[in-house]
Design a protein around this ligand. Structure first.
Ligand code: COA
Length: 222
């Protein structure tokens, strides 16, 4: 992923470290339970992460080769790493089946310097409103986390100048990912930039157009 030009701002962000997984309450929506990762989720996560149609939209761009790879992915969101991330398993409330994964990563790993949201759903559950239901509920939870004042290096196009700015949350998509664009727009995100770069993933010999989205805490409170 190419480095995007940054500017230093004063803002607020969720207080680090994040609450431990053990302290996080599951989020309940009409049809979903959104909850922290646990060791028992390996089979369900492996089923999700071996669907090529889903994995082509991830940073690796391919299915997991084996359960060990899935386990390594999950370890990024479980103790002791839980305090650095805010990512969740998404299950159907009616059956407990894992149908997706979604949540956030924070600076400095994110492309724009702001916390960044991502999500994936099993293909048989696409087009039924689950991503929209997840994202709205997850964001409601996100904005309730304790905040700290911070100085941050953020994407210059994500803010109006330097100085003190409202807190943002960001996302990026491939331009062709119409479904994900709709999900973000329905949750209030707005496009703030597009750029082209070589797709650096193994086996992807092409240029890709990426689109950055931002949602400001100022828009939530107004
Ligand atoms: C993108 C993705 C998360 C969408 O999930 P979903 O549960 O199908 O989304 P929703 O049902 O909540 O759809 C939200 C809106 O997008 C539209 N939409 C969803 N998929 C679409 C598609 N492929 N083409 C056009 N519109 C689409 C829906 O019609 C809906 O719009 P509407 O309310 O105006 O009718 C899901 O397809 C997925 O997991 N894809 C693979 C991984 C991925 O792309 N993740 C995002 C990476 S940035």
């Amino acid at each position: 992923m190419s480095v995007q030009p940054k500017v230093v701002v004063k803002t607020h962000l969720p207080t680090q470290p994040f609450p431990l997984n053990a302290e996080r309450k599951p989020i309940r929506t009409e049809r979903l339970i959104i909850r922290p990762f646990s060791e028992d989720d390996l089979d369900g996560m492996y089923a999700l992460r071996t669907q090529p149609e889903v994995m082509k939209y991830t940073a690796v761009g391919r299915i997991d080769a084996n359960r060990e790879e899935t386990q390594a992915f999950m370890a990024r969101f479980m103790p002791p790493e839980d305090v650095r991330t805010y990512n969740n398993i998404i299950t159907l409330a009616s059956t407990g089946e894992i149908i997706g994964v979604g949540g956030g990563v924070s600076r400095p790993e994110s492309v724009f310097g702001w916390p960044e949201i991502g999500y994936l759903f099993k293909k048989e559950y696409w087009g039924q409103g689950y991503a929209t239901e997840f994202l709205k509920a997850w964001l409601n939870d996100w904005w309730t986390l304790p905040r700290s004042e911070v100085e941050a290096q953020v994407d210059v196009q994500s803010v109006d100048g330097a100085g003190e700015v409202p807190e943002m949350i960001t996302a990026f998509i491939e331009e062709s990912n119409v479904g994900s664009r709709r999900v973000l727009e329905k949750a209030g995100f707005r496009e703030f930039k597009q750029w082209n770069e070589p797709d650096a993933r193994d086996g992807y010999e092409r240029d890709v157009t990426l689109v950055g989205f931002v949602l400001s805490s100022a828009d939530i409170k107004n």
